[in-house]
Design a protein around this ligand. Structure first.
Ligand code: SAM
Length: 338
């Protein structure tokens, strides 16, 4: 897509609650007149017709004809951490992006940095280059904020530690596997106010999701919040996988050996709903446009907020409220190309 300028930035949420009524007012950039599609960089809540859904299904059927050869599947699983190490060794700190959208989509996270927020602890899991840790630390006015960042790639953790903004008095980075047997020894059980899970659950083998949920639950304080964003089913990145990339249903290995799953909203409810109250379960279905090359790219991301119930309380039912704010002045957008 063409480079976005300051004036071209996304200013309103693009995430739409899956339970919102279909006629709910929503988003700032709705494409009404198809002939205007190349007049902006991005359109919210892109609608998918039958033909497009069929196209997606055909692409998946094509991938299923040529999955990853059986003898290589286990190798890819076994080498997952090493392949992320190679990824970060190659990309070094080029992977750091100051994501404007985090502030829009997750204001709860930025409440932690207010001067009078009190003692707060945030943990960025699968932190990569620290794309959440550093914006928080840089902008924080809260002297009592502490930010942990962990990843199972030791190279990623080194990238974080080598960032000039890394300050052991205000944060700590370490290696940890989200699907490991227990929470990391560096932290106390039930000690986190917010857990950040951005484009990381998709990197786990589906067999590991349940252990990851147990760990997340154990890390969070009662009343604490998980903020989640990840790839959605039929995202452009899923449909363009070629031969020999499919590991199992909706789970792929990229050319560099890193793995990625594409989630459905129902799976998110099943995964988080038995332990956490689902405060948001949203889909961000965006049409990103390359105006120069006249190319349309349909992106699908899922976003959620999951709260650990207070002691003695059961998780609540999924919320039906839309969290979207309408901002008719918002133009263009910021594509997250993760
Ligand atoms: C797509 S990257 C996202 C990085 C970062 N969250 C971001 O949004 O920029 C996925 C990250 O998850 C990490 N990861 C993969 N599996 C993990 C696991 N089992 N435990 C912890 N981190 C993991 C990878 O090393 C990688 O840094």
């Amino acid at each position: 897509m063409s480079a976005s300028t300051e004036d071209d930035k996304k200013r309103a949420s693009s995430s739409r609650d899956v339970n919102a009524p279909s006629d709910a007012a929503f988003g700032g950039r709705i494409l009404v007149d198809e002939s205007a599609v190349f007049e902006q960089n991005a359109w919210d809540h892109a609608t998918w017709g039958e033909e497009q859904i069929q196209h997606a299904k055909n692409e998946i059927a094509r991938q299923q004809l040529n999955p990853v050869p059986e003898e290589l599947v286990e190798t890819y699983h076994a080498e997952a951490a090493e392949n992320w190490n190679k990824f970060y060794a190659k990309n070094e700190n080029k992977f750091f992006k100051d994501r404007h959208w985090i502030r829009i989509e997750f204001p709860e996270l930025f409440q932690m940095i207010e001067a009078d927020a009190g003692k707060k602890t945030v943990m960025e899991i699968g932190c990569g280059a620290g794309n959440t840790m550093f914006p928080l630390l840089i902008e924080s006015k809260n002297p009592n904020l502490f930010v942990y960042a962990c990843d199972f790639s030791s190279t990623a953790v080194d990238v974080v530690k080598n960032n000039p903004e890394y300050d052991p008095k205000r944060g700590q980075a370490f290696v940890w596997d989200l699907a490991g047997d227990d929470i990391p020894p560096e932290v106390e059980p039930e000690s986190m106010d917010v857990l950040v899970l951005i484009f990381v659950l998709s990197a786990l083998h589906p067999d590991k999701w349940e252990q990851a949920m147990k760990n997340l639950y154990k890390l969070l304080k009662p009343g604490g919040l998980i903020v989640f964003r990840d790839y959605g089913r039929y995202d452009m990145a899923q449909l363009r996988f070629k031969k020999n990339r499919l590991l199992s249903d909706n789970f792929y290995v990229r050319g560099d050996g890193t793995r990625v799953y594409f989630f459905e909203s129902d799976e998110i409810v099943q995964l988080f709903g038995s332990r956490f109250t689902i405060e948001q379960n949203a889909v961000d279905r965006r049409l990103i446009v390359n105006r120069l090359r006249k190319v349309k790219m349909y992106r699908v991301w899922l976003q959620g907020k999951f709260r650990k119930p207070l002691e003695g309380q059961a998780p609540g039912t999924p919320s039906a409220t839309t969290v979207v704010t309408d901002d008719s002045t918002a133009e263009g957008g910021e594509a997250d190309e993760n």
